[in-house]
Design a binder for this molecule. Structure first.
Ligand SMILES: NC(=O)c1ccc[n+]([C@@H]2O[C@H](COP(=O)([O-])OP(=O)(O)OC[C@H]3O[C@@H](n4cnc5c(N)ncnc54)[C@H](OP(=O)(O)O)[C@@H]3O)[C@@H](O)[C@H]2O)c1
Length: 255
């Protein structure tokens, strides 16, 4: 099977790294020459990568085609590509819905939307897909953990959540900077913060069958530092602002 990527930016590069380091079986991965720098890095790193300038040639020579361009580029280029009905088209594009994708694709191919995130390069992280598709699920299960979602309306909630990644990293950055300002070396500060949040996340995964409220409760000693921290953040309405932010991202996605 040949896999084709239209758009070779951040998310394609992460998915391709994940695929090439996994046991997924494929013959070739054909990627577009844009972005040239990322495409050449991938070609140098992995043997079965081929770069192609013409997007139509990628479509002609592949069984599965991943659409990984920004929405504005997608609106312009997808409708001009000629797909075949026996192809599977997997779109990573955030704001083009399935109905519009199908119109642009024209033929009755399998069209699936997926939300991989950069840690897929490490073979980790959730990959919501919509609509459910057994082959696409089995594929992403080898580089992450697929969640099949029946309705596109429900899948928009996961797209909203995917918009919180940069804010999460910014939070880690702010806490590291705070330690640095207090005189801790940057390397030590970042090592502390990243390993702390990795450990907390791993513990949350282990406990994820219980309501997460449980971890909030057991991580506070009465009158302790965490109780104080939570109270202060509640007073400053930090958590309300997280909910509001999610609603605003959702609003942009669900028109
Ligand atoms: N980044 C994420 O974590 C993530 C996660 C899930 C979904 N997505 C979605 O995936 C899509 C791509 O995101 P990204 O972060 O990977 O963006 P990106 O890094 O900007 O990558 C987009 C790529 O498309 C290329 N491109 C532009 N015009 C093209 C054309 N006519 N033909 C072929 N390629 C063309 C760009 O090349 P040039 O640089 O040469 O213009 C660029 O390399 C977006 O719709 C985004 O919403 C992203």
């Amino acid at each position: 099977m040949n896999l084709g990527f239209i758009g070779t930016g951040k998310i394609s590069s992460s998915v391709i790294n994940g695929i090439c380091n996994s046991s997924i079986k494929y013959k070739k991965i054909i990627i577009s020459s844009r972005n040239n720098k990322v495409a050449n890095q991938l070609k140098r790193k992995f043997k079965k990568i081929f770069i192609e300038k013409d997007n139509q040639k990628i479509v002609n020579n592949c069984n599965w085609i991943f659409l990984a361009v920004t929405p504005s580029v997608g609106e312009k280029i997808i409708k001009n590509l000629n797909f075949r009905s026996n192809q599977t088209i997997i779109s990573f594009i955030s704001t083009i819905n399935i109905e519009n994708l199908k119109k642009m694709v024209k033929v009755k191919a399998n069209v699936v939307r997926a939300i991989p995130l950069p840690p897929i390069s490490l073979g980790k992280g959730p990959v919501p897909i919509c609509p459910p598709n057994k082959k696409v699920k089995d594929f992403f299960d080898q580089i992450g953990s697929t969640i099949q979602i029946k309705s596109e309306k429900l899948s928009i909630n996961f797209w909203s959540m995917s918009g919180m990644m940069a804010s999460y990293y910014n939070m880690l950055n702010i806490m590291s900077n705070w330690l640095v300002k207090k005189g801790i070396k940057r390397a030590d500060a970042q090592k502390y913060i990243t390993s702390l949040f990795l450990a907390l996340s791993e513990d949350a995964v282990v406990n994820s069958k219980k309501n997460l409220r449980h971890l909030v409760k057991v991580s506070q000693t009465p009158k302790g530092l965490n109780e104080q921290g939570l109270k202060e953040m509640r007073k400053k309405r930090v958590f309300n602002s997280i909910e509001k932010t999610l609603s605003l991202i959702y609003k942009r996605l669900y028109k």
